[in-house]
Design a protein around this ligand. Structure first.
Ligand code: HEC
Length: 276
């Protein structure tokens, strides 16, 4: 019968179409690199097939807190394929709202930035205390002591790398006043904040991170936290208050000295006084 044949034919055609489309529809994760107006997209397979892909072993991976071995490609070589122009910073954007601003000099320097690539056939373990691994793409450092590189400069679940201007140039409102004494702790606080805090916290809207609250607006954190409360929170957030979804990391003395924390607080106070 005509109708019956038609239905069967349509069903067969639909099945064929679905079968051929399914692999393309299954969203394959990609790492996007943008510099000088050019964007290139790499799949895990693209990166793993590169001739410069290598096995690297890290004696202490900052996110896993233990030795790890990865298949990885040197970030410097990936960036060399694009013209960074005048940019002096690499913005590393993760899928969870964490956005690190990495100085280009650090990325291209002796600390050796690599992009570790999770092979779907050999998935990585879950991150400590998290339901996910560091994949599919993870920015790691082969010689972090030569940076030095901070723990917040190991962005995992990486989606995008973009060549940009430094935070102080993009957001002049978060740069300390030029009139500040050269040895004013707030100056050092600005650099420490950009490295350790800006990936998650904005300041009066400046910044790209969305993991934590804005620390300047609507009310500056320094207006409702005492100095002792802030110091305790940075060392161990759970010592101040605690709940299951808590995400703010703890900063031990190796990450930030007591003096460093003082400098970050001086910086936040400086900005708070200016925006009042
Ligand atoms: C990985 C992301 C991340 C980083 C890095 C980070 N924080 Fe947080 N922070 C959070 C989150 C998320 C919260 C909200 C509370 C929570 O979930 O723990 C928070 C809360 C806070 C609070 C309390 C704000 C409030 O109103 O309750 C302060 C103050 C703070 N962070 C300061 C800092 C400073 C200073 C740094 C850098 C030294 C920093 N944070 C680094 C994620 C981060």
């Amino acid at each position: 019968m005509h109708g019956g044949w038609n239905r069967g034919w349509l069903a067969a055609l639909a099945a064929l179409l679905l079968a051929s489309l399914a692999p393309a529809l299954a969203a394959e994760p990609a790492l996007r690199l943008t510099a000088g107006g050019t964007t290139r997209s790499f799949s895990a397979a693209d990166l793993l097939a590169r001739p410069d892909a290598a096995s690297i072993t890290l004696p202490r991976d900052a996110s896993y807190g233990r030795p790890m071995t990865y298949r990885a490609v040197p970030l410097r070589a990936l960036l060399a394929g694009l013209a960074p122009g005048d940019a002096d910073t690499v913005e590393a954007r993760a899928t969870d709202g964490f956005v690190s601003q990495l100085p280009l000099a650090l990325v291209e320097g002796p600390a050796e930035a690599w992009i570790a690539v999770e092979d779907p056939a050999h998935p990585w373990p879950k991150l400590p205390g998290k339901p996910v691994s560091a994949g599919p793409f993870y920015l790691v450092w082969r010689a972090p002591a030569r940076g030095p590189v901070a723990a917040e400069q190991w962005p995992y679940a990486l989606a995008e790398l973009t060549a940009v201007d430094s935070p102080a140039h993009r957001w002049p409102a978060i740069a300390v006043a030029a009139s500040l004494a050269p040895d004013d702790p707030a100056r050092r606080g600005q650099a420490l904040f950009a490295t350790n805090c800006l990936p998650c916290h904005r300041l009066a809207g400046a910044g790209e991170g969305t993991v934590g609250p804005d620390l300047l607006r609507p009310m500056p954190a320094t207006a409702y936290f005492t100095e002792a409360g802030l110091r305790a929170l940075l060392r161990d957030p759970a010592s101040v208050r605690t709940w299951p979804a808590q995400q703010m990391p703890r900063f031990d003395r190796a990450a930030l000295s007591d003096q460093d924390i003082g400098a970050v607080i001086a910086y936040l106070r400086h900005l708070a006084a200016r925006t009042r």
